[in-house]
Unconditional design. Sequence first.
Lengths: 260, 260
Amino acid sequence: MREVSIIKIGGNVVDSPEALENFLQKFNNIPSPKILIHGGGVIASQFSKRMGIEPKMHNGRRITDFETLKIVAMTYAGWVNKSIVAQLQKIGCNAIGLSGADGNCVPAKRRDPKPIDFGYVGDVEPQKINKELIDNLLSNGITPVFCAITHDENGSLLNTNADTMASSIAVALSSLYSVKLIFCFEKNGVLYSADDDNSVIPTITEELFEELREKEIVSAGMLPKLENSFAALNNGVEEVIIKKAENLDIELGSKLILKN
Amino acid sequence: MREVSIIKIGGNVVDSPEALENFLQKFNNIPSPKILIHGGGVIASQFSKRMGIEPKMHNGRRITDFETLKIVAMTYAGWVNKSIVAQLQKIGCNAIGLSGADGNCVPAKRRDPKPIDFGYVGDVEPQKINKELIDNLLSNGITPVFCAITHDENGSLLNTNADTMASSIAVALSSLYSVKLIFCFEKNGVLYSADDDNSVIPTITEELFEELREKEIVSAGMLPKLENSFAALNNGVEEVIIKKAENLDIELGSKLILKN
């Protein structure tokens, strides 16, 4: 089976020109077909503030009213996405920047306004992803770069969690490819002790995850990432790794597997 | 030879939700393969003002410093482009939104800073356009929607005139397709009398254009559009029409031809 690497980077890489350049070089060195999915939250909040719109959050998740939707679509699909594409083109990677609306790649369902109305926020259904178009691009040597903006197939753009976007695309492609999903973030991996970046848990089975969750060893912010990861593994993805972006080219990080 | 329609819309359509919806319906009704190129200047200026950046113009052309480049990339490639794509998807047109950086579709050369430094502004060379990728998308039933953002192949995005973008893509595709290029704007066509929207000049040959230019019948704003149009006709484009966006589906406007 053909291989594809799906790599998600968060705001900490996107916000730093040096970190981004360094990461994109390493990303470009991956020989197999690959897909990049990026966040960009801090930049959106900065633009939002400059335009006099105070970011609204609930439990660390952005509430997306119409004005905020404009800001995130502008930031993620506009500046961040196209800047990444231009930089990849510079180093010889034939990237194409996409939102979920483009080619109807990633349709989503607007989240139920109850119990909390998150506004223009969409949840992705992996089985509705247009994997044929993504496969066509990959087969033509093109590298898709996705921002986490989707659409409801009824004319509205939707703001979507970038981790979920990455794991959904990974699941969708797992019927065509052997998929390796890599979440890059600011730590070396999933840590036993949040303060000690050397306390990486090298291998996490689903059983160990339940134990870590019960003992509250993994932080609140890490929980959805791990839930996303195990959902991906349970739905056809071959391998999930959580690591630091600058370690993309070295074997350091947490490898998630269903069982030993 | 296969046919393709390349249609450019300006800010007056993009700025009005009703006009845009109406236009996109008519655009979707065009049966042949088609490409949309859009501007979006007024929205960019509004965002720019809200962010405290005063738009800088020289002879009606925007001077694009780095902060302004961010604004135009965000507005054109982000909000405007993705909103149009989502609306086309809603009505059954499988659109994909692209900047010139995506798939290296439209590389450009940063304009010489002398005599006037326009900043991050790029001029397109039609022979460098990636017509194979555009053809691949069209052949797969996908409708490309271009914003007028390009890149210099060295990591920088560039702001580009949308009319020039449209005529350059038209010229590039003319070796593969019989190309019809349509410029939509706020008037019924090229007018004998700027105040009288009924004074449309139905057919304009290159000879008549020279006459109109000498007698200063065509306005300063119309001149580059006509120059672009005749350059396109002289480089393989089959037909150029200048008309009002809402008349896309009816035979009203100015048809440009090389000679009678």
